[in-house]
Each structure stands twice: as structure tokens, then as C-alpha cells.
Design a protein around this ligand. Sequence first.
Ligand SMILES: NC(=O)c1ccc[n+]([C@@H]2O[C@H](COP(=O)([O-])OP(=O)(O)OC[C@H]3O[C@@H](n4cnc5c(N)ncnc54)[C@H](O)[C@@H]3O)[C@@H](O)[C@H]2O)c1
Length: 381
Amino acid sequence: MKKIKVGVVGTGFIGPAHIEALRRLPNVEVAALCEVTAELAREKADLLGIERSYTFDELLKQDDIVSIHICTPNFLHYSQSKAALLAGKHVICEKPLAKDLVEAEELVQIAAESGLVNAVHFNLRYYPLARQMKSMRENGELGEIYSFIGSYLQDWLFYETDYNWRLEPDKSGDSRAIADIGSHLMDILEYITGLKTTAVLADFNTVHPTRKKPLKPVETYSGKMLKPEDYADVPITTEDHANVLLRFDNGSKGVITVSQVSAGRKNRMSLEISGSKKTFSWCSEAPNEMWIGNRDSSNEVLMRDPSLVNRDVTSVISFPGGHNEGFPDTSKQMFKEVYAAIAEGRQPETPTFPTFADGYRELLICERILESNKKQGWVEV
Ligand SMILES: NC(=O)c1ccc[n+]([C@@H]2O[C@H](COP(=O)([O-])OP(=O)(O)OC[C@H]3O[C@@H](n4cnc5c(N)ncnc54)[C@H](O)[C@@H]3O)[C@@H](O)[C@H]2O)c1
């Protein structure tokens, strides 16, 4: 079998997760990677067992590399995705697709004109029980949707000494918690419910208006106490925490909360969708179980098991019930669909995976949320 050769750009946290997921697909070979410098690229390539390493421009010149994964900080997504598409490569970009709507709109257009496969890594859609909720809703098992309650909570920015490029708007964009983790919530909400968000009312809070930025790489200090002179005080303009009320196109209402300062909540997306027949409840920290609430009979717990879920969900499950699947499996399942399209050489008419157009949609809602918080009033989407 001739394998599809892939180049991965950025090897911090999520780049290696892409690489691991890609290596679990039979028709794909991670052939090259790229980092911010040629030296770092070589070092990471050796560490990850990848033969070839390049700077970004060199990577795009490699004719045998068919697709590019963009796993860099947000501010690079637009320029790198654009350059890769113009070089004739299929592109899988991390979320958020771009820093703002103008950039995202251009990417959607270039991708459409090229006919190349374009995808945004909204991998959380690929938890099998997320697809089960979508499937049950489509089959009418949820009924008419009454309400949506969602939250995405983390604690890795809990202390004022916690620091990362995501706190700097020139690298992350004008929104942080909403753009970083709210983006997944906004995407999965519309994906599962089939509803469109029509208006938003947002209220943000910056719990730490000043943070302490380490003046040297944090790794240098691992296991050591930093001294006061090792930090610079940096003013923070983006949100640690946000509440947003939502209105949907069927007249129903919802609410979401995102926070990066919730002690003990490591990476917890929680969804509760109530309809005229049932309520679905599911949480990403226990992703192999879904709660189904009934008014007139016992409540149920559905386990992720290919023999128990709807037939159209089995394609995103690789292991039998009781053999738990989790975060790394979501990317594998998504890339399976993306690489089926890449094998055909073009973007399908109705892609099953999240596309640049979905990335644009999520940024549109995100920008309206920012606008709403600024004016402290409802904004239509
Ligand atoms: N889908 C998900 O579940 C998920 C999870 C985490 C992060 N992300 C997204 O992935 C992106 C990266 O996040 P991360 O947590 O891996 O960040 P990170 O800081 O850990 O890694 C970023 C990497 O990009 C490299 N880089 C920077 N500039 C570069 C350049 N010009 N060329 C090549 N490489 C360059 C850095 O050296 C670093 O290795 C973000 O956009 C984030 O939103 C998505």
C-alpha cells in the first residue's frame, strides 16, 4: 500500500498527539516535521522518531508531502494554513482556525477554490457518545430541544504565576478562555443539537488582572521555587472565566460557562441537553458513559459499546465495551475520516469531519461573544 505522507508543524503539546493518532492509521506516514528553528525541528524529529525535519518554507517545497497539520500557536494558523493550501497541500489546522473572522473568511475561500481537503481539529466531536447524542437527536429520540447547559472547566491557569502564550493577545487573539476551550463547546453544541446560535449575552471575568511571567523558560526551574526577581508583572486583558447566555433558532435557550481557573477541574467539558422526550448528560472526564434522563421511567446509563450504540456510531469506535477509549482516540477517529477524503484527493461535497467553514462559524460566534461582553448586552449572531 502506498502511504500518504504527512508533515506536522509544531510539536508542543498537541503536535505529538496528532503524530500519535496519525501513526495509528494504516494508510498514513508521518514523514516530516517542522519547528520554529531547524535545530529544534531536528531535535524533536529525533525524539519522535521522524526521519525528515525542515523549516516551514522547506517543508512546503517537499513534493511527496501531501498534507500538513498546523499545530502551532493561534496567531500562526492563518499564515501557515494559507501558505500550505497555496502550495497545493491538504490542511488540517488546529482550533481556533484563525485569530479573527477576516482571516478565517479568506481561508475558507482559498480552501474552497483549491478543492483541497480542509479540516479543523474539533476532535471532541469524535468521542463516540457525542456522536451517539447527535444520532439519537437526529432519530427523534431526544424530541424537541428545550435547553442546553454546557461548561468547559480547567485549572492550569489557576495561580497568578501560571503563564503561557495563550495569555498574550498578539499570539492567542483578543479572547482566551472562550477562544481556547469555548471554541470546542460552541462547535460541539451545534454539532450535536443541530441548532444554530442566533444571539449571545456574555459576561467575562479576569480573575488575575496581573500575572507573573517567568523571565526564563519555566523548564529551567522545574522543581525549584522561583524568586521574585525571576518574574515580570504583566497586565492581563483576556478572560479567565466567562458566562454566556445563548438563544437558538428553534426558540430555545442555553447557557455556557468556561473557566481556566477552576481548581481540580483539569479538562472537563460537560453537556446537558434537555428535550421533550429525554435529557442527555455527558462529561469528557468520564467519556465512556452517558446519562439519559426520563420523566416516566427509570433513568439510564449508556456505556460506550459498539453493540449498544446506534449503528451509525460504530464507525468511530475501535474497541469493545469496557475497553475504554479517550482523548487520544478522538483524533484518530477524526483523522480516519479526513484521510479517507485525502485518499480521494479532494474535499467531499458533504464532509463528515469539521471543516474550515466550521472553524469560521465558531469564530463568528466567538467574536459576537466578545462584542457582547464589551457592550454588556445581547448581540445577534
Ligand atoms: N484540539 C485540541 O484538543 C487542542 C488541545 C491543545 C491545543 N490545541 C491547539 O493547538 C495549538 C497549539 O497548542 P499547544 O498547546 O500544542 O501549544 P504549545 O505551545 O505546546 O506548542 C506550540 C508549538 O509550536 C511551535 N512553533 C511556534 N512557532 C512556530 C513556527 N513559526 N513554526 C513551527 N513551529 C512553531 C512551538 O515551538 C511549539 O513546539 C493551539 O492553537 C491550540 O489552540 C488544540
